[in-house]
Design a protein around this ligand. Structure first.
Ligand code: HEM
Length: 536
């Protein structure tokens, strides 16, 4: 059953202050003037021209003319829900984050699920990665866990992100295909980007066709840091485990559903919450002591690698329950501005180069998407704790700041009780030691692109392996350029010869004798080979 306002949910309460309730009210203009008729424009005679004077006509049409804002540059298609997070046991040993130590109070959350490539109106059941972005409204400010439903990513360095997205989005001349990866530009890029091998296995698997948002896992992807009150740090990987289990649909089903109900996932989430079948996920942590940083055969800073659960088990530490649908899609789901830079004391970043670039990108894009520097004042973005600083003005400023001064250091303001000063006890960055030369390079520890791709393929059951083979055959079957198909077969050969052979057969092709385009494909686990390719 849809919950009425939850008095214990402080975010729901704060949103209620901004929620318009028009029940029983009469129509007005934006300036509060009562309106008798908003269906007939003011005219010179009943068959005459409309008059410029008609401010009611102009206001109505002007607002309509400006209703659209840019969709997200990626993850444009999404669905959101409110909920709460309840911690099972305090995690003081690892982190001082308040919400990860408080088992008494529930933390309000807002979650947005999304596809990546399609536009706002595209189908939910495209073969794609799903976004799984969670905002915790904590007593120490907003913490955003901006993850996906797959534990790894296509690229290792954020500087390649525009290339990846330009390749996966519809082709620039004809904007085809919408919301699907089966086209030349995507596979051309992938065939030339061997670091994508692991992610491609996930993207071609059943994981890319979730049965429901309620039935998919979530992953923070990067390695983050937890810091405890003594300043001791541990590495951490974040997971979401759905209590309904992980379920997918088959490709035929996906295509049918896309035709019949492109809102399939959105409708499923909405209806389930309305019916009281709340979506539930447990927060899982893989915690790795700092001293174990170099214990693995891969680099913890490489976002194309996961930490196998056999090596580091996932501890389930709390539960997320999505229990309330938004009141207004645009105001909440569309205007929420997630950013993995929104952290709280006790959580910090690592030097993962994909993570580092993301720290710039989200706020930057939101300045355009949400029209300037004041988007944190939009109700869904406001933290549940008060905000005080010396930032002022800008388009659409809502807050009326009192006081004479808005700068520091500041002596004039000594008599000004409104003066805002930085104070001890706030966030401090983890004091990681850095001693390095400035270089534009990639670490050799990032060079093994195939071991985990193979690990993932081998972890699949026979039917699941067949689905991956079929997906690759379908996708590459749509690729017109033979050279791209050949390069992809060369890449697949390095993951699993049987897989490559079957895909080649399905495409009516032979496996390449030598790996085509191998100037760009490092030999498995041989960093030297890749370096020489780069040097040429
Ligand atoms: C949006 C996840 C990599 C740039 C999103 C969203 C998610 C997400 C879930 C949707 C947020 C929402 O619902 O509002 C991820 C994950 C990544 C990744 C898990 C890799 C591990 C990157 C990289 C960049 C990037 C490398 C850029 C360098 C963006 C941008 C948006 C976005 C610009 C749109 C944000 C907005 O308009 O509000 N990402 N992303 N992402 N991502 Fe990423």
């Amino acid at each position: 059953k849809k919950l009425a306002a939850q008095p214990e949910n402080i975010k729901t309460e704060s949103l209620a202050q901004h929620t318009a309730d028009a029940a029983g009210e009469k129509m007005t203009t934006n300036t509060g003037l009562p309106v008798n008729d908003d269906q007939n424009s003011l005219k010179g005679g009943d068959r005459g021209p409309s008059l410029l004077e008609d401010f009611i006509l102009r206001e109505k049409i002007t607002h309509f003319d400006h209703e659209r804002i840019p969709e997200r540059v990626v993850h444009a298609r999404g669905s959101g829900a409110h909920g709460v997070f309840k911690l099972y046991k305090p995690l003081a040993e690892y982190t001082k984050a308040g919400f990860l130590n408080d088992t008494e109070n529930e933390t309000p959350v807002f979650v947005r699920f999304s596809t990546v490539a399609g536009s706002r109106g595209s189908t939910d059941l495209a073969r794609d990665v799903r976004g799984f972005a969670v905002r915790f409204y904590t007593q120490e400010g907003n913490f955003d866990l901006v993850g996906n439903n797959m534990p790894v990513f296509f690229i290792q360095d954020a500087i390649k992100f525009p290339d990846l997205i330009h390749a996966v989005k519809p082709e620039p001349d004809n904007e085809i295909p919408q919301a699907a990866s089966a086209h030349d530009t995507f596979w051309d890029f992938i065939s030339l980007t061997p670091e994508s091998a692991h992610m491609i296995m996930w993207a071609m698997s059943d994981r890319a066709l979730p049965r429901s948002y309620r039935m998919m896992e979530g992953f923070g992807v990067h390695t983050f840091r937890l810091i405890n009150a003594e300043g001791k740090a541990s590495f951490v990987k974040f997971h979401w485990k759905p209590l309904l289990g992980v379920h997918s649909v088959a490709w035929d089903e996906a295509q049918n559903i896309s035709g019949k109900d492109p809102d399939f996932h959105r409708r499923d989430l909405w209806d389930a919450i309305e019916a009281g079948a709340f979506a539930e996920y447990e927060l899982g942590l893989q915690i790795i002591p700092e001293e174990d940083e170099f214990k693995f055969g891969f680099d913890l800073l490489d976002a194309t690698k996961l930490v196998p659960e056999e090596l580091v088990p996932v501890q389930r530490v709390g539960k997320l329950t999505l229990n309330r649908n938004p009141d207004n899609f645009f105001a909440e789901t569309e205007q929420i501005a997630f950013h993995l830079g929104h952290i709280v004391p006790g959580i910090d970043f690592t030097n993962d180069p994909l993570l580092q670039g993301r720290l710039f990108s989200y706020t930057d894009t939101q300045l355009t998407r949400l029209g300037g520097p004041n988007f944190q004042e939009i109700p869904i973005n406001r933290p549940v704790v008060p905000v005080h600083n010396n930032q002022r003005d800008g388009f659409m400023r809502q807050t009326i700041n009192r006081g004479k001064t808005s700068y520091g250091p500041n002596a004039l303001g000594n008599n000004d009780p409104q003066q805002v000063k930085a104070a001890d006890g706030g966030f401090t960055s983890y004091q990681e030691r850095i001693e390095a030369r400035k270089v534009r390079a990639r670490s050799k520890s990032f060079f093994d692109h195939f071991s985990q791709a193979r690990l993932f393929f081998n972890s699949q059951s026979e039917p699941e392996k067949n689905h991956i083979t079929d997906a690759l055959s379908f996708e590459l079957g749509k690729v017109k350029m033979l050279a791209v198909r050949e390069r992809m077969l060369g890449l697949l050969m390095q993951i699993d010869k049987g897989l490559a052979t079957q895909v080649a057969y399905n495409l009516g092709m032979h496996l390449p004798k030598e790996i085509p385009g191998n100037r760009n494909i490092p030999a498995d686990g041989d960093p030297a080979a890749y370096q020489s390719v780069q040097a040429e």
